[in-house]
Ligand binder design. Structure first.
Ligand SMILES: [Zn+2]
Length: 330
């Protein structure tokens, strides 16, 4: 049985991923998508086309748990297929609050390997499976995504094996296909969605990605974390929605004063993030219709109002500006 092989392998200490498929992008584009359609899906209705939805699941920047907002995550839904971008802490529960059935999870995209974007990556897949997921999930993101996935399943093999044996669930691990990304470009195209990526600038985390989702009715770009990026401007050209991470610069000093164990945090924020004003510049240069500010830094400073975020972004952007809130659909 597959899960027994996972346990056996952990005893030998072999660092390879033998049972969890790691797909090349080329192989995926060559036809894996088609073969996956053979899986029946109890939560999807064949042939039914609906509007492409975007729900912001977590809009706060940084891994520190907060009352006001969850860590980074968003979901795009098309025809009852869920594309989750980033997996900050609590993403599975946020999907439940958003009334997105967890078994509709089909793709996960990690923008980069920071804990406010990946803390619940494995948990999302695992908990979706306990909720009824029995169809493939493709996971996309930078290295070491394959190792993280393998070790997560190894760490939780006891529960997974128990539920397979005791509850008759389909083995979880073979459902997950990992695509480690080292460069941007076309990731996948099917009759629902075309998905492309570009490398953005989030030092010292390399690589970090922004993703673009083109459906028939709308185009959505998720910046991930990035300093002001010309590559993002190119990726987002003409998009309907750009979800951009944003810093309210005048409040950064107050924020770092509240975090006692990270003396270089201010430098890190300045080097690796984009101010709300510059997010507006990026949106203007890309010609997007609507800019959504998210991954807000600071996330919970009562002195920074929604109006202040909007005014900062509108300094250089003539389109619509939305300040992200958890569970907001845009
Ligand atoms: Zn980051």
């Amino acid at each position: 049985m597959f899960d027994e092989r996972v346990v056996a392998r952990s005893k030998t200490g072999l660092p390879t991923v033998l049972s969890m498929p790691v797909c090349s992008r080329r192989a995926f584009l060559a036809g894996t998508v088609t073969s996956m359609r053979a899986f029946s899906h109890p939560f999807r209705t064949q042939g039914q086309t609906t509007r492409t939805r975007l729900i912001l699941l977590g809009t706060g920047g940084g891994p520190r748990p907060r009352k006001a907002s969850s860590a980074s995550a968003q979901v795009i839904i098309r025809n009852n297929t869920a594309y989750v971008i980033d997996c900050g802490n609590g993403v599975a529960r946020q999907l439940v609050f958003a009334n997105v059935p967890l078994p509709t999870l089909r793709h996960i995209f990690l923008t980069h390997q920071h804990s406010d974007h990946n803390a619940d990556y494995g948990n999302l897949i695992w908990l979706a499976w306990t909720t009824g997921l029995r169809t493939p999930v493709d996971a996309w993101g930078p290295p070491p995504l394959a190792k993280m996935t393998r070790l997560f399943f190894e760490m939780n093999a006891y529960d997974i094996n128990t539920r397979v044996a005791d509850e008759g669930r389909v083995p979880l691990v073979p459902l997950v296909r990992v695509h480690e990304l080292r460069e941007g470009g076309l990731l996948m195209r099917d009759d629902q969605m075309t998905i492309t990526a570009t490398v953005v600038d989030h030092p010292p985390v390399v690589p970090a990605f922004a993703y673009r989702f083109d459906a028939a009715d709308r185009s959505i770009v998720i910046s991930g974390d990035t300093a002001r990026s010309d590559k993002l401007v190119k990726l987002a050209q003409g998009a309907d929605l750009l979800v951009h991470s944003a810093v309210y610069s005048p409040a950064v000093d107050r924020l770092v004063a509240r975090v006692p164990n990270a003396p270089a945090l201010k430098r890190s924020i300045i080097a690796g993030q984009t101010s709300a004003e510059d997010a507006g510049r990026v949106a203007q240069a890309a010609g997007v219709k609507t800019l959504v500010l998210s991954h807000l830094i600071p996330a919970d400073d009562p002195e920074v109002t929604e109006q202040m975020w909007i005014e900062a972004a509108r300094m250089h952007f003539g389109g619509s500006v939305i300040v992200g809130k958890d569970l907001l659909e845009v």
